[in-house]
Design a protein around this ligand. Structure first.
Ligand code: HEM
Length: 224
């Protein structure tokens, strides 16, 4: 067996993979949130941003890396959960007292986030690429797909916005535990640094949750 195959079939290797793919997905979330800010400021700029995202060759390559990262993270999570269950079939009451709700429910929150992602990609990513999107004008007067109006139409439905709000709160709990856990899995445990990493993780989770929630809430309220 090659060294790398050995690394990723071991429990330690899987924890590393989980941590690296998790942090990679965190960097995607940050970029995605920043890109979406133009939804508040300028519909034309947002439409130009989505055209750039779906046509730039470098972004296309990053999309493949993103899909592989997501799949590796999910498959690894399933394998680690199975290995943990096999190693510790009886749950001790003490464990519950020591751990937080979100650290015990990473599998549940991760599954709900995956379900959200399928809905999200179906309505926005698939909708943009293969759906019947209305056309508008870009800043140079050329025709461009009107993704802004598509987002606005989606978020003016209360059930759709409500799903986003719930999913984003669960994403926040997933990130809050996952961020600091990634550093621990990579062996970074330190009296001085671990509390600081936990604080950064919580701040990141809060910013992502409030940031992503702000879009459905803003569009829902302005459509009333
Ligand atoms: C309410 C907040 C959100 C809005 C308004 C939004 C909007 C969009 C839009 C318009 C697209 C298609 C165009 C593009 O690639 O930029 C997209 C793609 C995507 N979104 Fe979101 N998104 C939100 C939250 C999220 C969250 C929380 C996640 C992850 C958990 C996510 C994951 C993705 C992925 C993976 C893609 C495909 C990226 C690509 O192909 O380049 N989005 N989103």
């Amino acid at each position: 067996m090659s060294n790398s195959a050995g690394l990723f079939s071991s429990s330690l290797g899987r924890k590393y993979l989980m941590a690296i793919t998790g942090l990679f997905l965190c960097s995607f979330l940050l970029i995605h949130l920043i890109g979406n800010v133009s939804l508040f400021t300028d519909p034309v700029q947002f439409n130009e941003y989505t055209r750039f995202m779906s046509s730039n060759p470098l972004i296309r390559i990053m999309e493949i890396v993103l899909v592989v990262g997501f799949l590796a993270h999910i498959i690894d999570a399933i394998m680690l959960t199975k290995a943990n269950k096999a190693a510790q079939p009886v749950k001790y009451a003490m464990d519950k007292k020591k751990s937080t709700w979100y650290s015990r429910n990473m599998g549940l929150t991760g599954t709900i986030i995956l379900a959200f992602l399928i809905l999200h990609l179906q309505s926005f990513w698939y909708g943009y690429k293969f759906g019947d999107v209305a056309m508008t004008l870009d800043s140079s007067g050329a025709a461009i797909k009107d993704m802004y109006t598509m987002v606005l139409a989606a978020f003016s439905q209360s059930w759709y916005s409500a799903i986003y709000v719930v999913a984003m709160v669960l994403l926040g709990t997933h990130l809050n535990h996952g961020f600091q856990s990634a550093f621990q899995s990579m062996g970074l445990r330190h009296k001085k640094y671990t509390p600081a990493i936990k604080k950064v993780g919580t701040a990141f989770a809060v910013i992502m949750t409030l940031g992503f929630i702000s879009f459905p809430i803003y569009f829902y309220i302005t459509q009333l």
